[in-house]
Design a binder for this molecule. Sequence first.
Ligand code: OAD
Ligand code: ZN
Length: 243
Amino acid sequence: MIDDLSKAILNSQSIAILTGAGISVNAGIPDFRGEQGIYTTGKYSEHVFDIDYFVEDPKRFYDFAREMYPIFESAQPTKAHKFIKELEKYAEVYVITQNIDLLHKKAGTKNVIYLHGCVKDSFCMNCGKQFSFDEMKTLIFKESVPHCDKCGGLIKPDIVFFGEPVKDFDKAAKWVSDADVFFSLGTSLEVYPANMLVDFAKGARVIVNKQLTRMDDEFDFVFHEDLDEFASKLESILKGGKE
Ligand code: OAD
Ligand code: ZN
């Protein structure tokens, strides 16, 4: 099966890749619904990323931020992130990530849509003043809920919370529908509308995820395995095929 996939990649001009939290687990960033996910273990609830809850009690999110921002800062791209960068040697690669970490960026991937935003910037909800990741990293340890130094407003990260529209969905859908190969990597495909992107894929559909997902039936190639192991295998087959 992996040999057929390798051929499809070598024959492709454009590859679209949807990634989820599973791709960053080997970098030390926990996922949500995986075996050790932060929702699975009950460590945090979905309310952490709910806009109504945020406005009512922002400390809930900022407790998560105090734990996770230092990890986001030190985390390095995994084998799978680096493999995605390598794929640019074979085709145009378009990554649509649900992840708020910056690991695709650190790996050097050219085209990335952050469907759920990311931790790079935060904004005052009142006056719009922008705060960088570095500023926030300091502020969250000074105040339990950081406020704007200009107007006292609540600061919100540029992350898409439940109840807010995702970013660049139409562009993402076009990337997916134009691609010869579509990958879904390390996402449970439980969250709307990211999971709808699968339906836009007209080319070969590939899913790699440790666990089953409800959408596995919609894929041509299904791999239930660790993403880094999968990436290493596919990489060596591709290299063999190119020589
Ligand atoms: P999930 O936690 O729902 O799914 C991650 C999937 O990755 C799980 O099915 C795991 O089995 C799988 N996985 C974990 N480690 C893996 C590995 N090493 N190799 C292969 N697969 C692995 O994460 P998402 O689908 O990204 O929203 O979740 C979607 C959204 O829900 C997130 O963006 C987040 C959350 O609420 C916001 O932050 C706004
Ligand atoms: Zn302000």
